[in-house]
Design a protein around this ligand. Structure first.
Ligand code: SAM
Length: 275
């Protein structure tokens, strides 16, 4: 089962590896630029209410704090007490309200947020349309829902044997993300959730030669493979060793597509939009 569906029931080893990976990738320039692109559509000079739903350790919430005007309202919400505790420790802010929410119905009024952000959350939820519909319920008419995620169906780590590469890629990704194809389904899911897609943007993060963004992913998998039993021990060790060695030798390769989707509720005057 996807460990991000129930972070609080994971081993200390697994949650430690997940926390480190979320924070490490948050420092990567390409990753930060993809966030900046959608932050550009959120006004900086007027008070807005923003919900970062599935905030994890708060990588995006902290960026939002820097971005928003001080009379704005910013909530980082998550199902995981352990991630929220880490988020509060990573941030000294009184501006961000960290809130634990149940899976399913959110404890917020209808149409109470100008912006709702789901940043690499949709690839993990058990019922994507239900999550989008609930995010849409708390979104104001005229507000914006921003959905950012990896197209994990495209994620790959270079390995000498192509068939083995495909097999291992799939096992690794399927072990940490319930919905590998969520970006490919997103236009359909948004419509099913009663939302209107306003636009989308696609990205690629690729690394050839040396790894950085993807090296920290490999380091995370080095811990998660045994902790979650993703691969047989010898195969897991061989894969990790290959990836680390290829980084040292300058022959590393890994890549994935990412997408941002911007959606709204039907029938409102739209706020700022561009991504
Ligand atoms: C891969 S992490 C992303 C964390 C953060 N948004 C980031 O990108 O750094 C996925 C997050 O979604 C949370 N999550 C999973 N299901 C959720 C749900 N139904 N409602 C809210 N958060 C959820 C997990 O606890 C986890 O913090």
């Amino acid at each position: 089962m996807d460990p991000y569906q129930s972070p609080d029931s994971q081993s200390d080893e697994a949650i430690g590896a997940m926390t480190t990976r979320l924070e490490d990738r948050g420092t990567n320039e390409d990753f930060q630029e993809m966030i900046s692109d959608y932050l550009f559509g959120i006004p900086q000079d007027e008070a807005v209410s923003v919900l970062d739903l599935g905030c994890g350790t708060g990588v995006v919430t902290r960026r939002l704090e820097e971005h928003l005007s001080q009379d704005s309202r910013l909530v980082g919400a998550d199902i995981s007490e352990r991630f929220l505790k880490a988020a509060a420790e990573f941030s000294e802010s009184d501006f961000i309200r960290w809130e634990r929410v149940p899976e399913g119905r959110l404890p917020y009024e209808d149409e109470s947020y100008d912006f709702v952000i789901l940043h690499t959350v949709m690839s993990h939820v058990p019922d994507p349309v239900a999550t989008l519909a609930e995010a849409g319920r708390v979104l104001k008419r005229g507000g914006r829902l921003i959905v950012f995620d990896a197209d994990y169906a495209s994620t790959t780590y270079g390995y000498p044997d192509f068939e083995k590469m495909r097999e291992i890629d799939h096992k690794l990704l399927a072990a940490v993300a319930a919905n590998l194809d969520v970006c490919r389904q997103m236009p359909r899911y948004l419509v099913a959730a009663g939302l209107v897609m306003e636009g989308h943007e696609g990205y690629l993060i690729s690394e050839a030669g040396e790894g950085d963004f993807w090296l920290s992913s490999v380091q995370g998998f080095a811990k998660l493979i045994p902790a979650l039993g993703i691969l047989p021990p010898k195969e897991g060790e061989a894969w990790v060793n290959h990836m680390l060695r290829s980084h040292d030798e300058g022959t590393f390769f890994a890549a994935s597509s990412y997408y941002t989707f911007v959606a709204s509720k039907a029938g409102g005057d739209l706020r700022q939009a561009e991504i």
